[in-house]
Design a protein around this ligand. Structure first.
Ligand code: AMP
Ligand code: MG
Length: 343
């Protein structure tokens, strides 16, 4: 019988050190070390992030190996995030992965972080659907660093249909949260306060962006101006209206995303939608997409379990596995890139 491949995946593109070991498509261990220190600064400080990856990566690898109950010599290949991301952070993961590959004499597999977010749906039991999406489908990647609609024809045949022209949706949520006095990352806090809010209380205008692109920087400025204006009238405005402000913002964001996906469905004729990225753990976004699928019987929505939405090592390991199965090995001389590259 053919041996089931064992892959270790290393994620270090931003402020989470993720290490995961998978066997075939099932996760044996998935360690994430979050860098909480960035809360203090209201956002990720690149130099601190790099140093902490350097401090944490060995600990994360040791823990992942221990929990997976495998021996080092059983690992068939190592995959790591090549980009996009913070260059200092990426270099830590790359240097580790290259050394590990050389030391054990196993193949090195590079991973595009955005592709990995989408391909996390091919980890066994990673989504709430408990099934793998069939090709072709539309991937909506909504995270702290990215907002993109991607047509996925096959595992490594992807085409970008739309991207944000400025801020990502997660970045906009995090910056709005800071304006409201919350700490970083603000997305989950906005979700928390929205629970008891009236989402129709405040109306914010939606950005007018043609085609399948997005823009969130104007939306963020509108919210900022609105809050400043209200605070001049009533200094306690934010304090007195937190749930309604949060619910109204969350609702508009969910509507912007759903409207773009509806446009993408019309344009491509593809109505299988795969959500990924940290923002896709938001309950209102999930609810609106699921209710859209319920009303449109031909539409299918795939949603990840929360632990697989934000950056993690398992998404890098599964992408590595899919490359390994196709003999898509990479050279030891590769170097990470910070900016987005077409697949
Ligand atoms: P990622 O870049 O994929 O690791 O995701 C991190 C981003 O997701 C940050 O911008 C968070 O604020 C955002 N985020 C995480 N959970 C939620 C949530 N429940 N609602 C909205 N945004 C969220
Ligand atoms: Mg990400």
């Amino acid at each position: 019988m053919k041996k089931k491949p064992i892959i270790i995946g290393i994620e270090s593109s931003c402020d989470d050190t993720g290490v995961s070991i998978i066997k075939n498509r099932s996760v044996l261990s998935n360690i994430i070390i979050h860098q909480k220190i960035h809360k203090k600064y209201g956002g990720v400080v690149p130099e601190i992030a790099s140093r902490l990856h350097d401090q944490n990566i060995i600990k994360a690898v040791q823990k992942a190996i221990f929990l997976s109950k495998i021996n080092l010599d059983q690992i068939d290949a190592i995959s790591f995030t090549l980009g996009p991301g913070l260059i200092g952070s990426l270099l830590v993961g790359a240097a580790f992965a290259k050394s590990f590959s050389m030391g054990l004499g196993i193949p090195l597999l590079t991973v595009n972080h955005i592709q990995a977010h989408i391909l996390s749906h091919f980890i066994q039991n990673a989504n709430i659907n408990n099934s793998y999406p069939k090709f072709p489908f539309l991937g909506l990647v909504i995270s702290g660093g990215h907002t993109q609609i991607i047509k996925v024809n096959d595992f490594f045949k992807m085409e970008i249909l739309g991207s944000t022209l400025d801020d990502s949706v997660g970045e906009a949520l995090d910056k709005i949260a800071i304006m409201l006095g919350f700490s970083y990352p603000g997305g989950p806090i906005i979700e928390f306060f929205s629970k008891n809010g009236n989402d129709k209380k405040f109306i914010f205008s939606k950005p007018m962006v043609r085609g399948l692109d997005f823009s969130f920087s104007g939306f963020k400025s509108d919210v900022s101006q609105f809050i400043k204006k209200q605070l001049k009238i009533n200094a306690l405005f934010v304090k007195q209206n937190i749930p309604d402000i949060c619910a109204s913002i969350q609702k508009i964001i969910a509507e912007i995303l759903l409207e773009k996906i509806q446009k993408a469905i019309l344009k491509t004729g593809i109505s299988r939608i795969v959500l990924a990225g940290g923002v896709s753990s938001n309950h209102e976004i999930r609810r609106m997409f699921m209710s859209f699928a319920k009303e449109n019987k031909r539409c299918e929505i795939f949603i990840l379990k929360k632990k697989y939405t934000t950056d993690n090592g398992a998404m890098i390991a599964i992408t590595g596995l899919l490359k390994y199965e196709r003999n898509l090995h990479d050279s030891i001389h590769v170097t990470p890139y910070s900016k987005f590259k077409i697949f």
